[in-house]
Design a protein around this ligand. Structure first.
Ligand SMILES: [Ca+2]
Ligand SMILES: [Ca+2]
Length: 261
């Protein structure tokens, strides 16, 4: 009996740790429309494009809002892209020189996630697609460009059980400065309100309770009929999809809640 209780205790404590970790990731998603979410682009002393980006450092998930009309599904314009405007030699981070022409180039992307260029002139959704963010014509450089990030509900490849969509990009210079490509980076988006997402609270009443297990089963069986927020709560293992792999994690969270931990 003692061994059983010890193991159970380990399980529920692990479940609490998972819940806290998920909360800490989700907390950053609430900071919308602040320049802290934007990329700052510059170059190293060796001539390689660099960036500073809290969303990448913090592994942020951007919540997209429901849209219909020109675009259907969920969309938003954060993050955007700005230049470094003052040299930071201590960090080997310098301003872009006149003549730099900076592109955002797509490396890989989840189905149904896309970026529309400002003015909706182009869609970035295939590996190799490139959007010219800005050409530098001033010293220091100045631009502030935001694409429209979009999870497309009209796209037949949209996965019904998906919670988080990812795209991997890099910055490329096609201007006269010929800087080397930046490191690749990944951006993550969700159609759920991830800042409010409580893993396990699938009926969205604010409490993790055994009644959530019925709703969890419903989402698992028919994710296409569930709301994005319910799917976020049902993604108990936090891997961005609702599927059988969440069952164990869900019941660990439920056990932790029932024991008042
Ligand atoms: Ca609940
Ligand atoms: Ca999952």
């Amino acid at each position: 009996m003692h061994t059983f209780m010890t193991n159970l205790d380990k399980i529920v404590r692990a479940a609490c740790a998972i819940t806290v970790l998920t909360f800490s990731v989700a907390a950053f998603a609430g900071e919308k429309h602040e320049h802290g979410d934007d990329f700052v682009i510059g170059v190293s002393g060796a001539g390689e494009l660099k960036f500073e980006a809290e969303p990448v450092e913090e592994n942020e998930i951007f919540s997209l809002e429901t849209v219909s009309g020109i675009l259907n599904g969920w969309a938003g314009d954060e993050p955007g892209f700005m230049p470094l405007d003052e040299n930071e030699p201590d960090e080997d981070f310098f301003t872009l020189a006149i003549g730099a022409e900076i592109q955002l180039v797509l490396v890989s992307i989840d189905p149904a996630l896309k970026a529309h260029t400002p003015g909706f002139g182009d869609i970035i959704d295939q590996p190799g697609d490139a959007w010219t963010i800005a050409t530098v014509t001033t010293d220091p450089p100045a631009f502030d460009e935001h694409p429209t990030w979009h999870i497309d509900s009209d796209d037949p490849s949209l996965a019904a059980n998906q919670v988080v969509w990812s795209g991997t990009f890099k910055f490329v210079d096609v201007g006269t400065t010929a800087y080397a490509d930046s490191e690749e980076f990944t951006l993550r988006f969700s159609n759920a309100h991830v800042e409010d997402c409580v893993p396990g609270d699938v009926d969205l009443d604010g409490i993790v309770h055994r009644s959530d297990s019925c709703y969890f089963g419903d989402v698992l069986r028919n994710p296409g009929a569930a709301s994005p927020d319910a799917k976020c709560a049902a993604d108990a293992n936090g891997d961005g999809y609702v599927n059988k792999a969440d069952v164990h994690a869900f019941f660990r969270i439920l056990a932790a809640a029932r024991c008042g931990l």
